[in-house]
Each structure stands twice: as C-alpha cells, then as structure tokens.
Design a protein around this ligand. Sequence first.
Ligand code: LER
Ligand code: MN
Length: 278
Amino acid sequence: MSGPVQFCVAISEEELGSSAPVPIQGGLINALKQASELGFTAVEMHIRNPRQLDIDAIADAAEKFGISIAAVGTGLENTLNGLILTSPDAQSRRFASDRYHEHIDLASRFGATVFVGLCRGSSPTEQSRGEYLDRLTSELIPLADYAEKRNVTLSVEPIVSSMTNLLNTTAETLEYLGRAGLEPVRLLLDTYHMYHEDPDIIDAFRMCKGRIDHIHISDSDRKYPGSGKVDFAAVGVCLIEIGYDKAVSLEITPYPDGVTAASTGLNWMRSIWSECRS
Ligand code: LER
Ligand code: MN
C-alpha cells in the first residue's frame, strides 16, 4: 500500500495565457501563497530561465507558506526560448544542456525532479527519428549523472504526437529508458497525453510501476479532471494499487479561471484519493 500522495499544481512566473496548461500564472511567490491557501501541499514550477529567478526568495516563500517544490518544468525553455536537446547543431545542444545543468542546480535546492518534455524537440522526418533519439540519449546520460550526484532525478514525459514525434506512447518511452546509461532516468506520466496515445491508460500506469517520479493530472481536453473523458476514479485505484506515493499535479488550463480550475481539480483529487482508500 502506498503512502499519501502530494497534491500539486503547476505555477509559472510568466503570464502564459488561457491555452497554457498552468492554472496559477504570473508570479511564483504569489502562486506559492495561493496554492498553499487553496490546500495544495506542493507545486511544480514552470521555468523559462533559472537565472532570472530569486531562488532564495522562492525558498523562503515555500517555507513560509508550508508548501514543497516537487518539480521543475522546462517546457517553456522550448516554447519561449527554442531549446532543443536533439538539435543537429552541436552548439545548440550544448546551450540546451548547459541550461539543463542550471535547472538541475535549482531542483537540487528543493529535492525536486526535472522534466524532460518538449525540450527533446522533434525529428524532421520519420527516417531521422533514430538519429534524434540517439542524440537525446547522448545528452541525457551525462545530465542524469550530474543530477544523480545532486540528489535530483530527470523525468522523461511521453508527449502527444501532435506536439512531437519522439516518444509518444508510454510503452515506447519505457522501452527507450531501457537503453544502457538511462537507468537513473525516471518517468513523468501525463493523463492528457496518455489518453490520446496509449491503448489503455491503466495498463500504461501498471507497466511503469516503480519508475514513475511525477504525474500530471489533466483531462482529455486539458482542463480540470472531470471535464473530459479520462476515468480518474480508475486512475486513482490503479495508482494506489501500484504503490505510487509521489506528486499528482494539476497541469491544466486556467478554465474558466485559474483559481476555479485549481480548486475544482483539487476537490476531484481529494475525493478520488479518499474514496479509493476507504
Ligand atoms: C508538459 O508537461 C506537457 O504536458 C506538454 O504538453 C507541454 O505543455
Ligand atoms: Mn505534462
């Protein structure tokens, strides 16, 4: 039987808009306060550039509001800054890798996991997918080693094929992580991507037992759980069954507004976890 999960929510420094799956946007310090007041026990910070942040102020705020920082999200480094770990250009890869070192340093302050999501980029053709995945492996091995020495994990997220053609299903991502040197790398599973790519979400969670470091909760429409087609009651039962005891994090659009989305999602998560346990 697993321990209690942490109820977590995505927050950002930037105003990202209504289509971004981050419910509490526009200032990390204020977001920490708001997330704590809403009843979350953890946050994941979506970071555009670690160097632009006052890390001491963030650490102080997290302590003051009694909330932990479970994860560092790097997707904005791709969507806003164009970072690509698999770029054919060595200098671009170097730049992306250097930035990942900074994210790992930031995460080490909080014992957080660092996501590998959209920064993996996409292969321009089907034929070059293998070459791109090989480059991803070459970048991840030293990063995972650097992270491990700092008590940080890297979590690779399977992502829907409309956003990338590298690692879409949970099964192929798990198989990819079987490559030599990637043993310390973990999984971030997101119910939105799983709904669209996996033949069966529950089977997908089960096959990853013991290797999942973080979970994104998001319905099939990227809104709060209960708004779409994902069977979250079954997800809750499965996560308890496989002993998952880390963060379940709302990575959802701020619909109809951020606070309503976050609190509706939190109520859903609370009811599912308490019902599954009773
Ligand atoms: C990032 O965690 C993610 O799920 C992607 O869809 C980027 O938004
Ligand atoms: Mn996600």
